[in-house]
Design a protein around this ligand. Structure first.
Ligand SMILES: *Cc1c(COP(=O)(O)O)cnc(C)c1O
Length: 386
C-alpha cells in the first residue's frame, strides 16, 4: 500500500523537496497530548533538532509542547516560533558562552549540564547576568539501547553526560556554586528505540540514583527521561502514529517518583518522522552489470540517514502502476554511500517518475547540506496545496 499524496500538484514543482502531511502531524500531537494527560505532572518538550521547519514548529507550538534545544540556534528557532522560554530545556556537551548567555537572558526553564567545567561556566555567566540558572545534571546512566551504535548515547563510552562515579563530586560542586540551582536530573539513552525494555532499564537505573540522592537528603523536582521513542520505518501507513500509550505507561509503571516530582519527555523523531516524505524524480534508469539503478535527483545531501546509519526508508513510485522490478535507488552525489536502498521493489520506473522516500520528517530536511554545491531542498506542507 502506498501513501496518499497530491501527486497532480507535485507535477508542477521542482524536485527534490520535502512534503509534510500536517493532518498527520496534528493527529500525532493529539495522541501525545491525550496519552500524556493520563498522568499528572508529565510534561513534553519537542526535540527541535529532529526538524526545525518553522511551519512545523508553529503547529507544535499550538499543541502546547515545550522545546528541547541543543544549540543557541535552536533556542532562537523555538522562541521565534512562539514557544515560551519557561518550556525550553537546553542540552548539549559543548555549549558555547554565547549560547549559555542566550539561554540565561531568556530565562529558559533548565540547562541540562553535562560536565563540571560547563557547570562552572554557567555559574560564572549567570553571576555576570546577576541571575540564577536552573540546572539539571545530565547523567550518563550506562544503559544500552537496542538501536544503531551511532544513535546510542547512554553508555559510559559515549561522550554524553556525567559519569555515575562522579555524581557525588558534582553534587557537592553544584551546592557550592551560588548562581546555579539544582532542579533536576536528565537522561537520554538513544534514539529509534522500539523495545520498551530499554526504557524499563532506564527507569530502574533512575530509581537507584534517586535512592542514592535520597540518602544524601536530596530530592530534585524534575526527572527528565529524554527522548528516543522509535517509529515504524517499514510500515509508515500501517503504523503512522507511534505507540505513545505504551511509552508513557512504561514510565508510569516503572519510574518511582517522590511526591511532587515532575517527569519530562523529549520526543523528536516520534513526533515528526512519519508526517514527512522526500519527493524526488527519477533522472535515469541505468542498467548495471547485474542490476539496474534508479538514479534520483535527490541524494544524501537531502536525506543523509541511509548513508550515515544504514537507515531503511520505504520507497514508492508515485506515478507508476506497472509491475514491480528491483532497483538500487541512488542519488547523484559523488559518494558510493549515496544509496537510498538496494534491491528495492518499485513499480517499473521511467525518467520523470515521482518517487516518495517515506518517514523522512525527522533528521531529514534539518540535516541537509550543500555538499557538491547543491541547493537545499524546499519544504512544503499539505496546507500549501489547499
Ligand atoms: C536527540 C535528542 C532527543 C530526541 O531524540 P529522538 O530520538 O528524536 O526522540 C531528546 N533529548 C536529547 C538530549 C537529544 O539529544
Amino acid at each position: 500500500m502506498k501513501g496518499t499524496f497530491p501527486v497532480s500538484r507535485f507535477q508542477a514543482l521542482e524536485t527534490p523537496f520535502y512534503y509534510y502531511d500536517t493532518q498527520l502531524l496534528r493527529h500525532t500531537l493529539t495522541c501525545v497530548r491525550t496519552e500524556c494527560a493520563k498522568y499528572s505532572k508529565y510534561a513534553v518538550h519537542y526535540a527541535v533538532k529532529a526538524n526545525a521547519n518553522p511551519k512545523l514548529l508553529a503547529i507544535i507550538r499550538e499543541s502546547g509542547l515545550g522545546a528541547d534545544c541543543v544549540s543557541g540556534g535552536e533556542i532562537r528557532a523555538a522562541i521565534q516560533a512562539g514557544m515560551p522560554p519557561q518550556g525550553i530545556v537546553f542540552a548539549g556537551v559543548g555549549k558555547a558562552d554565547w549560547e549559555i548567555n542566550l539561554g540565561l537572558s531568556h530565562h529558559i526553564f533548565c540547562f541540562n549540564v553535562e560536565s563540571v567545567p560547563e557547570l562552572e561556566i554557567i555559574d560564572e555567566l549567570a553571576g555576570k547576568q546577576n541571575t540564577i540558572a536552573q540546572v539539571a545534571l545530565r547523567i550518563n546512566p550506562d544503559v544500552g539501547a537496542h538501536t544503531h551504535a551511532n544513535i546510542t548515547t547512554g553508555l559510559k563510552e559515549n561522550k554524553f553526560g556525567i559519569n555515575l562515579n562522579d555524581l557525588d563530586m558534582v553534587l557537592d560542586k553544584t551546592s557550592a556554586l551560588k548562581h546555579v540551582r539544582l532542579v533536576g536530573l536528565h537522561f537520554h539513552i538513544g534514539s529509534q528505540i522500539l523495545d520498551m525494555n530499554d526504557f524499563v532499564s532506564l527507569c530502574n537505573r533512575i530509581n537507584e540514583i534517586q535512592e542514592h540522592l535520597y540518602n544524601r537528603r536530596i530530592i530534585v523536582d524534575h526527572i527528565n527521561v529524554g527522548g528516543g521513542l522509535g517509529v515504524d520505518y517499514q510500515h509508515p501507513n500501517r503504523q503512522s502514529v507511534p505507540d505513545f500509550a505504551s511509552y508513557f505507561a512504561t514510565f508510569h509503571k516503572h519510574l518511582r517518583l517522590r511526591p511532587k516530582q515532575f517527569v519530562h519527555f523529549e520526543p523528536g523523531r516520534s513526533i515528526v518522522a512519519q508526517c514527512g516524505s522526500l519527493i524526488s524524480r527519477v533522472l535515469y534508469v541505468k542498467q548495471g552489470a547485474n542490476k539496474q539503478f534508479a538514479i534520483l535527483d535527490a541524494g544524501m545531501t537531502d536525506l543523509i540517514r541511509p548513508a550515515l546509519y544504514q537507515a531503511y526508508h520505504k520507497i514508492e513510485n508515485l506515478t507508476s502502476e506497472e509491475s514491480m522490478e528491483k532497483y538500487d535507488v541512488v542519488g547523484p552525489i559523488c559518494e558510493s554511500s549515496d544509496v537510498f536502498g538496494k534491491a528495492v521493489d518499485l513499480n517499473k520506473a521511467r525518467r520523470g517518475d515521482l518517487i516518495a522516500i517515506r518517514s523522512a520528517g525527522a533528521y531529514g530536511e534539518i540535516m541537509a547540506s550543500g555538499y557538491n554545491c547543491r541547493p537545499l531542498p524546499k519544504g512544503y506542507t499539505s496546507e500549501d496545496f489547499l
